[in-house]
Ligand binder design. Structure first.
Ligand SMILES: [Zn+2]
Length: 123
C-alpha cells in the first residue's frame, strides 16, 4: 500500500519534519556541549564525591541532562524515520494496521507511525 496524500501535502510534511529535525539537532548540539562541561567538571572533582551525602545534586543534574539528550536523540531518529517513509511512499500509513493515519493527527504529530486506534491499543 502506498500513501494517498497529494505531493503538496507530502511536501508540507517534509518541510515540517526538516524543521523539527533542525530544532532537535540544535538542542542536541547545545546539550552535548553542556554534557562535556559537566563531564569535565566531574573528572576534575575529588573521587570522594560519590560517597558525599551532598553529592547527588551533580548526579541528578547529570541524569536530567541525559534524559533531555536521549529525548532529542529519539526525536531525531523519529524524524529520520518519517522522512524515510516520505521518500519510500509509506508516510501517513499506519505501521501496525496499514490504514491511513488521519492528516489532522499528522499535523499535530508529523512523526506518528500509528493511526489513532493503534496508538490507543499500544498505549
Ligand atoms: Zn493502525
Amino acid at each position: 500500500m502506498s500513501t494517498t496524500m497529494t505531493p503538496t501535502q507530502l511536501e508540507r510534511f517534509q518541510v515540517k519534519l526538516l524543521k523539527e529535525r533542525a530544532d532537535a539537532e540544535e538542542r542536541f548540539a547545545e546539550f552535548g556541549d553542556v554534557m562535556s562541561e559537566v563531564r569535565a567538571a566531574r573528572s576534575g572533582a575529588s573521587a570522594d564525591d560519590e560517597h558525599d551525602p551532598e553529592g547527588p545534586t551533580m548526579t541528578q543534574e547529570w541524569s536530567q541532562r541525559s534524559a533531555v539528550l536521549a529525548d532529542a536523540r529519539a526525536e531525531l531518529s523519529n524524524v529520520d524515520r518519517a522522512l524515510a517513509r516520505i521518500a519510500d511512499g509509506t508516510y501517513g500509513i499506519c505501521s501496525r494496521c496499514g490504514k491511513r493515519i488521519a492528516v489532522a493527527r499528522l499535523e499535530a504529530r508529523p512523526t506518528a507511525e500509528l493511526c489513532i486506534d493503534c496508538a490507543r491499543l499500544v498505549g
